[in-house]
Design a protein around this ligand. Structure first.
Ligand code: PLP
Length: 347
């Protein structure tokens, strides 16, 4: 086996969705953008549909078309980026619902797809996507007169429960939307955990479904096993890898494994992140290269045929710390070369 194996537990994704759903008294949608956070949008979304999800979100219309093909009709597919100039045929063919982010997008929607449903995304303080309060009050009557299906906004600091911006954004969202007749949504994973004030009519978690922070109680979803290609002894004073950054302090044993930064093992992990031989940690020794990593296995009695870099001992967030990044980036960087093995039934 030349490449690593990425084990994806679809039943754990379904269990994480059910656990988040149980924290609220409202509907729970699912965010499956970026190919289901790197885990495969078709498998992930079909497992979630079986668990009961009816409303999905992706970033772009191209993702929406792929998702529609995976799910078929009968599910609401919402597009965060709204209705951009070239999006019209995708929206029409995929029966996708754009989250309109500006008066220009609203005008385009009403002009080109006058009868099709749409949502509105409001900016409540993140300053990334969505209409500002003044834009919304200028277009609200027009938006509500059309096929408006939902209103949403997004929190910038929801993974920090004590951050004052949470309450400020909540108040801004309420001020802009109290009295509307369509469903409202403010909470992603972080907001779902902030409590009922943030839940409105439905929540839309992403990363928590895939086992990531801030959903601390999530079941791990991904296990990544990398095969050992060869092992070699190195003498004290010998170096390993590009730029000779790791130098043996004593006679050592180095294993070379098949996976590198081309597979999403971020170069910052070099000389830092552990892999696991069962329960035993073994640290990266030397730079991560494109297709290979080298690991200090001196302390192992026997070198197994693979080591795990994601497993029960190392979550995506723990691995992320070794690369000074976040679990989201680890997940969405997971390489195309890995053999993907799914467990759990889709429909
Ligand atoms: C990505 C995203 C989500 C999901 O966020 P998580 O933190 O992964 O739960 C929800 N809403 C919007 C607008 C997003 O961009």
């Amino acid at each position: 086996m030349g490449t690593g194996t990425l084990h994806i537990d679809l039943d754990a994704i379904a269990a994480n969705w059910a656990a988040l759903d149980a924290k609220t008294s409202v509907e729970t949608a699912a965010v499956v953008k970026a190919d289901g956070y790197g885990l495969g949008v078709s498998q992930v979304s079909r497992r979630l549909a079986r668990a009961g999800v009816r409303r999905f979100f992706v970033a772009t219309v191209e993702e929406g078309v792929v998702l529609r093909a995976a799910l078929g009709d009968g599910f609401e597919i919402n597009i965060f980026s709204g209705h951009m100039d070239s999006d019209t045929p995708f929206l029409r063919e995929g029966k996708l619902v754009p989250m309109l982010n500006s008066p220009e997008q609203l005008a385009r929607q009403l002009d080109r797809l006058p009868d099709a449903p749409y949502g509105i995304q409001l900016d409540s303080g993140m300053n990334r996507l969505g209409m500002e309060a003044a834009e919304w009050s200028a277009t609200r009557d027009q938006a509500e007169a059309g096929a408006l299906t939902l209103i949403m906004s997004h929190l910038a600091c929801a993974d920090e429960p004590d951050h004052p911006q949470n309450a400020a954004q909540l108040a801004a969202f309420r001020a802009m939307t109290d009295g509307v007749s369509v469903p409202r949504s403010l909470a992603a994973t972080g907001g779902t955990l902030l409590g009922p004030d943030y839940h409105f009519d439905f929540c839309r978690p992403g990363v928590g479904l895939y086992g990531g922070f801030p959903f601390e109680d999530a079941q791990p979803v991904a296990r990544l096993s990398l095969p050992v290609i060869q092992t070699r002894p190195v003498e004290a004073g010998e170096s390993v890898g590009y730029s000779a950054t790791w130098v043996a302090e004593k006679p050592s044993k180095i294993a070379t494994l098949s996976a590198g930064y081309a597979d999403g093992l971020i170069r910052k992990m070099s000389d830092r992140a552990p892999l696991y031989a069962g329960d035993i940690p073994c640290k990266l020794a030397g730079r991560v290269s494109m297709d290979l990593v080298t690991v200090d296995v001196t302390h192992l009695d026997e070198v197994p045929d693979h080591l795990d870099i994601l497993c029960a001992h190392q979550t995506v967030d723990q691995l992320a710390e070794h690369a000074e990044t976040i679990g989201y980036e680890i997940l969405t960087s997971l390489g195309r070369r890995y053999r993907r093995k799914y467990s759990g039934e889709v429909w």
